[in-house]
Design a protein around this ligand. Structure first.
Ligand code: ADP
Ligand code: ADP
Length: 228
């Protein structure tokens, strides 16, 4: 469980991006943060892995304040997927997927088989793409690898910041379906930022609608639909 307790973020220039935010994200839920550009979605998300520090208030994961945790250790348990995937161009697809387990110094036996399983999980053939380089894959295929790379170290939490925004509509729909399937199968806690309501309704267990650094509405997709 991730809890925001009276969290405020004031940037150095004095701009208050998040105002007294109280939010509980349940284990295994896919929570979508949605709202207009600049409403504070990314700021909220980046406070969970301490890329941004709150000015006041507290963020707890499983009852422990993250402020006391070493950010590097904290991030080992939090996958992060962004629009600009950032696959390593000189590493093969298999090497890219194995990157975080490797950095965590896991025993190779523990993840080597999982790498191919993960590649297959997003509809790609590991024998075909496994030894290719990212530049030899389409944008949609690269983004799929970005998603599973975040899963490879078996984090409990995955943060996704507009991960599919740059994709063509068909790839985007396919990845939404794949994410829904992966989420049902692996039961990770996922926080997903988007500004696309159709996407939010399609994939979210709950939708958190934000405006000017505050929560306007927080509810299941059916309810959000009825009360826009
Ligand atoms: P969103 O993800 O909803 O588009 P952000 O969380 O990125 O919004 O930003 C929220 C607000 O905070 C925006 O008005 C943005 O310009 C501002 N902001 C973000 N980062 C900084 C920063 N480093 N310094 C000052 N203002 C910032
Ligand atoms: P995103 O919304 O995807 O985080 P942005 O383009 O809003 O991306 O921001 C890119 C980077 O610039 C972020 O690190 C953010 O914190 C910073 N930033 C955004 N708005 C401002 C601002 N008004 N002043 C200073 N930095 C900002």
């Amino acid at each position: 469980m991730i809890e925001f307790k009276h969290v405020t973020k004031k940037y150095d220039d004095g701009f208050v991006a998040i105002k007294d935010l109280n939010l509980t994200i349940e284990d295994h839920e896919l929570l979508v943060l949605i709202g207009p550009s600049g409403c504070g979605k990314s700021t909220t998300m980046k406070m969970i892995n301490r890329l941004i520090e709150p000015t006041s208030g507290e963020i707890m994961i499983n009852g422990e304040s993250i402020a006391k945790k070493n950010p590097v250790k904290l991030r080992r348990n939090i996958g992060y997927v962004i629009q600009q995937i950032g696959l390593m161009p000189h590493m093969t697809i298999r090497e890219n997927v194995a990157l975080v387990p490797k950095l965590n110094k896991w025993d190779e036996k523990k993840y080597i088989h999982k790498v191919d399983e993960l590649i297959a999980m997003v509809g790609l053939d590991p024998e075909v793409v496994g030894d290719r380089y990212p530049g030899e894959l389409s944008g949609g295929q690269q983004q799929r690898i970005g998603v599973i790379r975040a899963l490879a170290a078996e984090p409990d939490v995955i943060l996704m910041d507009e991960p599919f925004s740059a994709l063509d509509p068909i790839s985007r729909e396919q990845l939404q379906d794949e994410l829904t399937r992966i989420h049902q199968e692996l039961k990770k806690t996922i926080v997903f930022v988007t500004h696309d309501m159709d996407e939010a309704i399609k994939i979210g267990d709950r939708i958190c609608l934000m405006k000017d650094g505050e929560i306007v509405q927080l509810d299941k997709p059916e309810t959000i639909l009825r009360h826009p």
